[in-house]
Design a protein around this ligand. Structure first.
Ligand code: ZN
Length: 501
């Protein structure tokens, strides 16, 4: 059995290496690659993805998993070996259902889609991507159809990023959340809007980057195993547990852009850096779902990075970095500025309270597209209509509408957005559990100390990697299922105070 397990691990390691090389090509495509590299790059990434897929669906892998079944059954569910076999088997059973040829074509298609979107967006030209999106919708449906027995056609697509989460349950939890959020947004936006002019002055780019990276390191982001570069659409990526990178974008006239994107991506990166090093190169060495991943970016960006306590410690340092701009701005005014709530058009700029409404619009639209209730050509209008009804806003163009997010242009339609709101819900669940274990955490944040929180998250959430599904992890860490109570409590407490609700 030991020999068979070693053979399985060796095969998984080679697959991991191919995927890591593809990830590096993708990182380069989004950071430093000159435009002329685009056509070949799409093909190269497709080739690597296809090789990895072919290696993984090799019948020899299936045979090893069969032979290891009796060994797995003798082990504890939580043991590393049992978990590796279990998680690999689930991935394998899914992977064999998708032909390698289809995946290769799909990756080539999305690489092309990304390039077209990158040009169509500044040109405000939805027509330029309409055909690509039509094909994406077709291919997303085809992909889902490879998995028989689903309840909703989005379920197999959701399962890729949030395993075991179902469209029906997500719709239910999200609608509970919407019922709570709408009156809060209403009550806040009836008031005088917060003044965010203090953060909308001119700030030197290098100083912005330096401040953000200092905070990320104080949080616990390890630069011996990471780095930050600039891109258009910030993301985190990993080539091994020893090389977990983040990207950001800087706006000279908006202090919040680079800072909070750095803290957000550092949260993602700390999750990956915190995974048990013994899992290196195996399927366990990944965050377990997009929802849990997003819970960690949101914890560090919002629950910590936009808290009053955090800024009691860091605001004097920020004032020292930007004395001209901030010397006359009180902490309270700054705190209100970075937590300004407003109805806005752009998801990535949205505040904590309205953010989830943006996500719900996207989820609903993609479910409608998959259900054949909404055609691609009608998508821009449907988008504008939902923003008018849900957020009371009409976008002046598709740049601030359906062209704003990369997801549908560079991936599937379906399965890409639910993780953001699941993440917000889960962030409060986990932070609540951490605070119950260590009530001193909030006071420590006010002193610029994050070791207790980071340590608790590492032990309870990061170390297991993909060993447990999101639902299992939530049950283990919080003693109950996915629920919105702690998140709503968090929002009501924080914004109740800020806006005297
Ligand atoms: Zn994120």
């Amino acid at each position: 059995m030991e020999k068979k397990l070693a053979e399985l691990k060796q095969r998984l390691l080679e697959i991991n290496d191919l995927n890591s090389a593809a990830a590096l090509l993708s990182w380069d495509q989004s950071t430093y690659m000159p435009p002329g590299g685009a056509p070949a790059r799409g093909r190269q990434m497709a080739t690597l993805a296809q090789l990895a897929q072919e290696k993984f669906i090799d019948p020899a892998v299936g045979q090893l998993l069969d032979e290891l079944r009796s060994y797995e059954e003798r082990l504890d569910y939580e043991s590393d070996d049992a978990s590796l076999i279990r998680v690999t088997r689930k991935n394998y059973e899914k992977a064999v259902l998708v032909p390698a040829e289809f995946l290769g074509k799909f990756y080539a298609h999305t690489a092309e889609g990304y390039q077209l979107w990158a040009k169509a967006r500044p040109d405000n030209d939805f027509k330029a991507v309409e055909d690509v999106l039509k094909k994406t919708l077709d291919m997303s449906r085809q992909l889902a159809e490879f998995f028989p027995g689903y309840d909703h056609i989005a379920d197999p697509l959701i399962d890729f990023s949030d395993p075991d989460m179902k469209a029906e349950n997500i719709r239910k939890v999200f609608s509970e959340l919407r019922d709570e959020l709408v009156p809060i947004v209403q009550a806040i936006t009836e008031q005088e809007p917060a003044d965010d002019s203090p953060v909308k002055q001119s700030f030197n780019e290098d100083d912005q980057l330096a401040f953000g990276m200092q905070v990320a390191q104080d949080f616990g982001y390890d630069l011996q195993r990471g780095r930050q570069d600039k891109t258009h659409h910030p993301f985190m990526t990993k080539f091994s547990l020893g090389d977990v990178r983040i990207t950001t974008r800087v706006k000279e006239n908006d202090l919040t852009e680079a800072l909070f994107s750095t803290l957000h991506e550092a949260g993602h990166a700390m999750y990956e850096q915190g995974i048990n090093m013994d899992y290196e190169g195996s399927p366990l060495a990944n965050g377990t779902s997009s929802g849990v991943h997003e819970s960690q970016s949101r914890t560090w960006e919002n629950i910590v990075g936009r808290s009053r306590g955090f800024w009691e410690h860091y605001y004097p340092k920020l004032q020292a970095a930007f004395p001209e701009q901030l010397k006359g701005v009180e902490l309270d005014a700054f705190y209100r500025a970075i937590n300004k709530v407003s109805r806005s058009l752009i998801r990535t700029d949205a505040d904590e309270v309205t953010y989830n409404l943006h996500v719900m619009i996207r989820l609903d639209l993609e479910l409608q597209m998959l259900e054949d209730q909404l055609a691609i050509k009608d998508l821009p209008d449907a988008w504008h209509a939902r923003y008018e009804s849900d957020l009371g806003l009409k976008a002046p163009s598709d740049v601030d509408g359906v062209l704003q997010d990369v997801h549908w242009y560079a991936g599937t339609i379906g399965g890409a957005f639910q993780g953001y709101t699941l993440g917000n819900i889960i962030s409060a669940l986990f932070f609540d559990a951490a605070r119950q274990a260590h009530p001193e955490i909030e006071q420590q944040i006010g002193q610029g100390q994050f070791g207790t929180l980071h340590g608790w998250l590492k032990d309870n959430v990061y170390q297991p990697g993909s060993k447990f599904t999101a639902n299992e992890l939530i049950q283990r860490v919080t003693g109950g299922p996915l629920r919105i109570g702690p998140y709503i409590h968090y929002l009501k407490t924080k914004y109740g105070e800020l806006y005297e609700l």
